[in-house]
Design a protein around this ligand. Structure first.
Ligand code: 6PG
Length: 241
């Protein structure tokens, strides 16, 4: 095989999921590569891309900002969830995405759709955001918690049974507890889902979400099956493939 020695290994199929197993050192670059390929591939006028926060995707977003040929001028940025904090709070997902990506690429300000989770009326904020969300997201970027949550859909949450509302208030077991999140109908109607997982602490959740029998109420990240997963070898440690 005449692959470049430093090229990312070929992805494998696990059921309907495309799994990219990568060394920890190349995780951010590999994540950015799959996202860049997807964004370049769209010929639509306006793309809707919803991003997750947390600590995992920041380096991916920073690497993505350096990739050429991405039609940022026709990409709308949305959020999968947000903590109930002001947009400049260190815990804000918007603040993370603004610093890692938005400030580094030519996305028009009108194309960035922030979840106003700092509003006292979270139900009202959810309804406002729902009106901004397109009927179907073109791209949805998800992470996974050690408990198998994704976005701010936590195991056992009544939001996992939501069929009507597309954005809802949520309560996290870890602070910041109050949040806004997209709901399963939004996840399930997304065109392309990307899930990023890094680190040994996620190995159990990755195994359960990808291979386990637990249903979505016990392992919400299972909803990302069928998408494209970029997992470093640490987070893949319990996958017996
Ligand atoms: C958030 C994210 C959340 C995240 C997981 C994993 O608001 O925290 O949207 O769903 O993807 O909690 O978080 P880490 O990447 O920090 O492990």
């Amino acid at each position: 095989m005449n692959q470049r020695p430093d090229a990312a290994p070929e992805p494998r199929r696990v059921g309907k999921t495309e799994l990219h197993l990568v060394p920890p050192a190349s995780f951010a670059e590999a994540g950015a590569e799959v996202l860049a390929a997807a964004l370049r591939g769209f010929r639509k006028r306006d793309l809707s891309v919803a991003l997750s926060g947390g600590s995992t995707p920041g380096p991916i977003y920073e690497a993505l900002a350096g990739f050429p040929g991405i039609p940022w001028e026709r990409i709308g940025i949305y959020f999968a969830d947000e903590r109930a904090v002001p947009p400049d709070d260190p815990a804000s997902n918007y603040r993370l995405v603004r610093g890692a990506l938005i400030e580094r690429v030519p996305i028009p300000a009108r194309s960035v759709h922030r979840m106003e989770a700092e509003r006292p009326d979270l139900d009202g904020a959810a309804e406002s955001y729902e009106r901004q969300l397109p009927s179907h997201l073109d791209v949805l970027v998800l992470g996974i918690g050690e408990d198998g949550h994704t976005a701010s859909l936590f195991p056992g949450s009544p939001n996992l049974r939501e069929t009507a509302r597309r954005v809802a208030p949520a309560r996290s077991p870890s602070p910041p507890t109050e949040r806004l999140t997209i709901t399963p109908p939004v996840v399930r109607s997304a065109g392309q889902i990307f899930l990023f997982a890094r680190g040994r602490a996620k190995a159990g959740a990755v195994r359960e979400a990808l291979l386990g029998e637990a249903d979505v109420s016990r392992c919400p990240a299972r909803m990302a099956r069928g998408g494209t997963w970029v997992v470093d070898t640490e987070a893949a440690a319990q996958l017996r493939l």
